[in-house]
Design a binder for this molecule. Sequence first.
Ligand SMILES: [Zn+2]
Ligand SMILES: [Zn+2]
Length: 381
Amino acid sequence: MKDYYSTLGVPREGTIDDIKKAYRKKALECHPDRNPGDAKAEAQFKEVSEAYEVLSDENRRRIYDQYGEDGLKNAGGMGGGFPGGGGFSSMDEALRTFMGAFGGGGGPFESFFGGHPEEMGSARRGASKQVNLSIRFEEAARGMDKEITIMNLLPCKSCNGTGAKTKNGIKSCPTCQGKGQVFQNRGFFSMVTACPQCHGAGQLITDPCKACGGEGRVKDRQNITIRIPPGIDSGMSMKMDGYGEAGLAGGPPGDLFVNITVEPHSTFHRQGDDVVLEYPVSFIEATLGCRKDMPTPLGETVKIIIPEGTQSGKTLRLSGKGIPNVHGNGRGDLLIKIIVETPVRLNEKQKALLKSFQELETEQNNPNRKSFLDKLKGLFS
Ligand SMILES: [Zn+2]
Ligand SMILES: [Zn+2]
């Protein structure tokens, strides 16, 4: 059950002015131009627009107050304005509501993008870009600044991004009065579409800048320093605000998304913030116990004791010696998996020594083997 009042955040007894104010604020926050590619914002934009469409109409608000959403569906007809009877299915519908709510006089974009009114109406945000970046295991563990070079659409320096050679070389588009969008009637519904004369720019350039051909942007190499936080992992993406393509006609730039791949390490294997290290020891070291210096993923050395009688496959946990958490929540653990190596290429003297040891061996030296043999005996008797 939808509650249009809570969607807009106004009390049930709120005035039409309250509703208008609340809608303008919410719609601007989740407007698709401001949140390109964000499905959640898009859904929210449709939702608040639908709520506004109902509550701003005295008649429909009364029906809604009395019978709820179902009452509106049954009301139907032209005045209903909801194709299919349930909510805003298309963005065009929501955009039409949006344009209607802001009326004439500068248009919604004035308050949206800030800046000078003469640049507005036409302002369009630049496209966002993606780049893939592969970094080494150690770089991901410690964090670092990484410089990359990308090809990007940057504001033209010759015309300061305006696209015109001189200040007088721009005029507002007469077809859309600088809004960049026009209404078109299709059946019962009027749709918002890009202005056919200025293709949505809202302005016409009469004296184009030679360097950028009037677009206000030029393709160029751009060096960007990316601050990689310690603990970043493969599959994570970093958003660099404002490093996408330059906007059009004073619009803000898009963003740059840096998709990270961390190259695997030859010895350290990552499991989230924990790191597994397989550490080979000789069978004598495992039998008698030993002390070892362990490397950690951040390059420190930690002294550890491998206790007497350590079995192959045993894992020792060094708390807080793994990878720093990328959100700053401490540090993972280092898990040292002991691998006991069976000696090979023994000479005669070594073999003789082991044989005399074998003669002294008792069942207690190998408790696992003993219990295993006992179980087998029980099986066949
Ligand atoms: Zn136009
Ligand atoms: Zn230019």
